[in-house]
Structure formats: C-alpha cells, structure tokens
Design a binder for this molecule. Structure first.
Ligand SMILES: Nc1nc2c(ncn2[C@@H]2O[C@H](COP(=O)(O)OP(=O)(O)OP(=O)(O)O)[C@@H](O)[C@H]2O)c(=O)[nH]1
Ligand SMILES: [Mg+2]
Length: 217
C-alpha cells in the first residue's frame, strides 16, 4: 500500500490459452490494453503490464476515500500452443520480479472458462504453475476468475446452481482458495459496472488477507 489515501493494487492473470485472460485484464483496467481475440493459437506470447487510471469511488479507509490504481500483469497461457511450461514459467517469473519485485503481488487470478467443466489434469496444470510461482502460501494469494459468465447466464444457471453442480475438481480448487471467486462477463456492454463489481470483490479478498503481498526478487 503506498499511503493512507492511495493504494496500488497488483494483480496477476494466469490460466490456459484462450480462457479470456487478456479480455479480463481489460475489464479490470477499464481500458483496452491487451490484445484479446478468438484464435486457434495462443495470442499472448509475452507478459505485459497494464495500469488503470486513479479510481476514487471504489473503497474507503479510516472514513476517507481511497484512491486506487490497478496494475494487471497479463501472461501467456499455460498450456500454450508454442511455449513449453518452463518457458511460460520463466517469462512470468521475470515479469513478476520486474514489475512487482518491490511492492509485491496482492492477488493471482486463475482464469477459467465458466462454460467449460474443469477437468482433473487441467487443474493440475494451472495449480502447479500457481504453486511454483507463488510458493507454499499460494492459496492465500489466489482467487478463481470465471470468464464467459454471459454464457452461464444465457443457460439460465445462477451462481448457486453453478457451484452446486460444479465438478469435484472445481469444488476442490475453490475450497483450496477459500471460496475466493468472481464471475466476469467480458462481452458485456456495461463495462464500467462490470469493472467496479469485479474490483469491489477483489478489494474484499485483499481485506480478508490484510492487504498482504508476496514479494519477488
Ligand atoms: N462470450 C464470452 N467470450 C469471451 C469472454 N471472455 C473472453 N471471451 C472470448 O474468448 C476469446 C479469447 O479471449 P482472450 O482474452 O484473447 O483470451 P486469452 O486467455 O488472453 O487468450 P491467449 O492470449 O490466447 O492465451 C476472445 O474471442 C474473447 O472475446 C466472456 O466472458 N464471454
Ligand atoms: Mg491473452
């Protein structure tokens, strides 16, 4: 945290190729910083950092308005269409040290498509990478970000039903991260509303963890 009235929120996006990481990054930043499109190969091949403008209607602390700036690190997906696990991991590790080396990371968002069941081996891929990057305390610093919430809504499944019907693999993952999850519709037309809804939820997760960060050197 930078000062009593200002805060920089450092977020990391991780997840499989084409899960909607870059689109979610754009929603969290409230601007189109990252290339996001449907593709038959992985679109993002290197890490990049996006910064939002200063947001003053998000949170209060000690009775006064808190000004928040969001920093989002977008990453190549894993599994990736042309990079190995070692290459993705190395790329993310050096970007974490470069961008969050001093201030640290508040939260890693494990991006999953809400409209596709989470399978056993896929969960191994993603959680292994998060564990490798964040270390033994990964559960305190990780939340699940479900994209394609619009498709779930279209199927008339509400959040409660969705979580109840989720695969054992997904249930276990959500348990590991202490039920920290958010749903995002990246195709919404009310971008600001989606942005504030997601950021408010994320601020709640951070409060739960006393605004602690993981530092990378
Ligand atoms: N309907 C719907 N489509 C989405 C949503 N989020 C992402 N998409 C679509 O999914 C495709 C992939 O999105 P990206 O943001 O490029 O995904 P990514 O994970 O960054 O992909 P890579 O960089 O290739 O790993 C794009 O066509 C997006 O428009 C969502 O919430 N709803
Ligand atoms: Mg991408």
């Amino acid at each position: 945290m930078s000062s009593d009235s200002k805060m920089t929120l450092n977020l990391l996006l991780l997840g499989r190729t084409q899960s909607g990481k870059s689109a979610s990054g754009n929603i969290l930043l409230g601007s189109i910083d990252f290339a996001s499109c449907l593709s038959l190969h992985s679109v993002t091949t290197s890490c990049s950092l996006g910064r939002s403008s200063h947001i003053s209607d998000l949170a209060r602390r000690s009775g006064s308005q808190l000004t928040v700036q969001v920093q989002v690190l977008d990453t190549p997906g894993y599994p990736h269409s042309s990079l190995s696990k070692e290459q993705v991991s190395q790329e993310v590790k050096s970007a974490l040290a470069q961008h969050f080396g001093e201030e640290g990371l508040h939260l890693a968002l494990l991006v999953l498509r809400a409209d596709i069941p989470l399978c056993v081996e896929e969960d191994d891929h993603s959680t292994q990478l998060v564990q490798e990057l964040l270390g033994p305390k990964w559960k305190d610093y990780t939340a699940v970000l479900f994209t394609h919430a619009d498709r779930v809504e279209k199927a008339k499944i509400n959040t409660e039903e969705y979580l109840h019907a989720a695969s054992d693999t997904l249930q276990k993952l959500l348990q590991s991260v202490q039920q920290k999850y958010i749903f995002i519709d990246n195709h919404t037309t009310i971008l600001k509303e989606e942005n504030r809804k997601a950021l408010r939820k994320i601020m709640g997760f951070l409060r739960q963890n006393n605004y602690q960060t993981i530092v990378f050197r």
